[in-house]
Each structure stands twice: as structure tokens, then as C-alpha cells.
Design a protein around this ligand. Structure first.
Ligand code: AMP
Length: 409
């Protein structure tokens, strides 16, 4: 199947060809015909599936084929997404796909001065991608009107609710025209999300790309059981011995991310952290250096890393296992994007074993355990230091365990 066969018009399909997309991904094959008909859509899909193109391509086509409102350009498409990185990425994709059309788009997000964003909006745009806070701010200041919105997209809805944006979303919804096409995307579909989607969508169709079918198939996943005290040593060992182009290391906390960067630097490995305590400019600089290959190891918290799109990302390391199983799937989705293959390694200490159980339940598979490594036991010095009272915690690892009771790789 080709994009042309899906009915995509020449100016857009040429841009896709330039980008090297030879055929639509499964979500694109399912969603594009529905969206070209103008129907509402509920999509269960995470980033990495080609979701952004699945909604931006048909919307662009409808704009090109439709009649623009008379007079000055008006914002006809609004895309809301939780993080700045994701917003920038969506706008970059729209730039790419619309390059042979006269559609104009821009992106707005908080954490930077508003002046340039306002200027771009005032120059006249058709598509606006926004994070909720900055959008409401500029609406309240009178710089943005949503009166002419024809297509509304709420992306990464579950993440949006997790980040506490529910009131902002409701305020935005009240300002949208009733007559519109609405799209709602979420990686997971808990009850709260279904309820929110009912408030947004009219009569809708549903497309579902299950995460385990899209990522788990392509991503080579491995678990290392390792005591907390040995995680840095194991990470250093893996980074020094594995061959990879770029790596993201996930840390549960911002403090933990900074600590990992420091320890890696002591071991002679350059890395950079990206998390919410860094300014927008710092985050963007780090991301650019990472995409340009100047930094090979990025240490990130989940929210900061959400949606980072690096086509050559070859390895994802979960330094801490997440306590929410869906997060594991989001993290491994950072590699093996579209058709590329990738590897995902997760460290699991004794306290994280229950998390592993719920992850395996969610993805419905046992993860292969790498049993053959040198960091399974705490070193004699570390043990001596602990029993000498340097650490008030008693070692909780049964260091006498010789064999792994689980399936070996
Ligand atoms: P997304 O799920 O939107 O984050 O997209 C994941 C990645 O897949 C991005 O790097 C896209 O540029 C890429 N991509 C999207 N559609 C296609 C396609 N049809 N063929 C190849 N790559 C694609």
C-alpha cells in the first residue's frame, strides 16, 4: 500500500517521498481514510507508531482541498500536546509534510518569552500546535481566537491528565466551535480518558495499535537483576562494552538523573541530563546535541523524554523500573521507532520486583533475564561498609542466590 493509494494528494505525497516514507504504517493505513472523510477519531497509539503523520497528513490535505475563510488567515487547526518537546516535534513534522503547500503553522509552549510566538501568530497561520498553559495564556491576552477551529487534536491525553492539565483542557474545550472534527489520542485508555474522550468527540471511529504489537516485536528487551548499589557499575560496563549510536538512560527522579550523569563522567563517559528543572533552552540545546550525535548518552526523566524522536536511537536503558507499568512501554517505545529495531535494557533491584511483575502482566510476556553478568552481588567492600554502619540500611539482597529462578535467555 502506498500513500497515493490512500488518496494522498501529490504535494503531500511528494514531501513524504522526500522524507523517505515508502509506505504508510499500520496506524496511518487505518486512520487516514477515516480522517479524510472528516470523521472524529479515538486513537489508542503511542509515539513511535507513526501517529503524528497519521493525523497531520489528512488534516493538511483537508486544509489544502477546503475553502479557506475569507480575509486574513485564521487558525483552523489546533493540536494540544503535553510537553514542549512533543509540541516542537509535531510542528517540525507539519513543516516537513506541508513544504509543497502554502499551509502555515507554528508552535507555542511555556518557559520562553512569548514575543516571537505572538509575532508568528499575528503574521497569520493555519495550524497551531500548543501546550495547554501557554495557549490559555495567549487566549486570555487576546492574541489567539479559537473561533475558526475546524480540526482539533488532543494528543497524548493520558500524559496530559497525569500532568494535571485536566482543567486547562476543559477550559480550552469551552472555547472551541461545536462544529469541528475532533481527534483524541492516548497510549492507554483508563476510565478517566474514556470519559474525557466522550466530552470531546462526537460520533467517532476507533483505531487501536496495541503497544505490545508495535514495540515489543521489534525491540529486543532484556532484564538485569542487580542490587541498587551496583546499578552505576553495570551501566558503565554496558556503555563501555555495547555498541550503540545513541542511548537514553531513564531515571525515576531528576536528582537521580543528575547523579547518574556525575557518576558516568567520573567513569569517563560523557552524558547530559534532561529533566523539568532544566530551562527550556538548556533542554533544547541538549536535545539538539543529542540529535546531532555530539552527546551519545542522554539521561532523562519520563516527562522530559516523552515523545523524543531520535531516529537512530539504538538503546534504551531503564536505570530504575517504573512503578507504573505503562511507563515501561512508553520508555521502550523510544527505540525501535517506525520500522527500525532497537534494544531495551532494564535494571531491576529487589525492591522493584513487584513492578516487573505488573509490567510482564501488561505486556503479556516474560522478559528475558540476563543472568551472566558480574554485578549481581554487592562487593565485599560495600558489604563491609554496610555492616560497619556506614549505611543504616541492611543489605536486602540475598547475595547467596546462585541461580536465577526465572527463565534464562
Ligand atoms: P511518531 O509515532 O509520530 O512519533 O513517529 C515515529 C517516527 O516514525 C518518526 O520519526 C516519523 O518520522 C517516522 N515515520 C512516520 N511515518 C512513517 C512512515 N510511513 N515510514 C517511515 N517512517 C515513518
Amino acid at each position: 500500500m502506498t500513500f497515493k493509494e490512500l488518496g494522498i494528494i501529490d504535494p503531500i505525497s511528494r514531501a513524504l517521498e522526500d522524507k523517505g516514507y515508502s509506505e504508510p504504517t499500520p496506524i496511518q493505513q487505518q486512520a487516514i481514510p477515516i480522517l479524510l472523510k472528516g470523521k472524529d477519531l479515538l486513537g489508542s497509539a503511542q509515539t513511535g507508531t507513526g501517529k503524528t503523520a497519521a493525523f497531520t497528513i489528512p488534516i493538511l490535505q483537508r486544509l489544502v482541498e477546503g475553502d479557506p475563510p475569507k480575509g486574513k488567515r485564521k487558525i483552523r487547526v489546533l493540536i494540544i500536546t503535553p510537553t514542549r518537546e512533543l509540541a516542537i516535534q509535531i510542528a517540525d513534522n507539519i513543516d516537513t509534510y506541508s513544504k509543497y503547500t502554502d499551509i502555515r503553522n507554528t508552535v507555542i509552549f511555556g518557559g520562553v518569552k512569548q514575543h516571537q510566538q505572538v509575532r508568528k501568530i499575528q503574521s497569520g497561520i493555519d495550524i497551531l500546535t500548543a501546550t495547554p498553559g501557554r495557549l490559555l495564556d495567549l487566549i486570555n491576552q487576546g492574541f489567539i481566537s479559537l473561533n475558526n477551529i475546524e480540526h482539533f487534536v488532543l494528543d497524548e491525553a493520558d500524559q496530559m491528565l497525569d500532568m494535571g492539565f485536566v482543567h486547562e483542557i476543559k477550559k480550552i474545550l469551552k472555547k472551541l466551535p461545536k462544529e469541528r472534527q475532533s481527534l483524541f489520542f492516548s497510549a492507554t485508555m483508563p476510565k478517566s480518558i474514556i470519559e474525557l474522550s466522550r466530552q470531546i468527540l462526537g460520533d467517532f471511529e476507533r483505531v487501536k495499535i496495541a503497544p505490545q504489537q508495535t514495540t515489543a516485536e521489534r525491540v529486543d528487551q532484556e532484564i538485569y537483576f542487580v542490587p541498587k548499589q551496583n546499578k552505576v557499575k553495570l551501566l558503565v560496563h554496558l556503555l563501555k562494552t555495547a555498541s550503540f549510536d545513541t542511548v537514553i538512560v531513564f531515571s525515576r527522579t531528576k536528582h537521580g538523573a543528575n547523579k547518574i550523569v556525575k557518576k558516568l563522567s567520573q567513569a569517563g563517559i560523557d552524558s547530559a541530563a534532561i529533566h523539568g528543572n532544566k530551562s527550556q533552552n538548556q533542554r533544547q540545546n541538549v536535545l539538539n546535541d543529542f540529535k546531532d550525535g555530539k552527546i551519545k548518552v542522554l539521561v532523562a526523566t519520563d516527562i522530559a523524554a516523552r515523545g523524543i524522536d531520535v531516529s537512530q536511537l539504538s538503546l534504551v536503558v531503564q536505570f530504575d523500573l517504573p512503578n507504573v507499568a505503562e511507563t515501561y512501554v512508553h520508555r521502550i517505545g523510544r527505540t525501535g521507532r517506525a520500522k527500525a529495531s532497537g534494544s531495551a535494557i532494564a535494571f531491576c533491584d529487589i525492591e522493584e520486583r513487584p513492578y516487573l511483575k505488573s509490567i510482564e502482566k501488561l505486556i503479556d510476556q516474560r522478559l528475558p533475564v540476563i543472568d551472566d553478568h558480574d554485578f549481581k552481588e554487592i562487593s565485599a567492600e560495600a558489604k563491609a561498609a554496610q555492616s560497619a554502619g556506614k549505611s543504616p540500611k541492611k543489605p536486602r539482597i540475598n547475595s547467596g542466590r546462585k541461580t536465577n529462578p526465572r527463565r534464562k535467555k
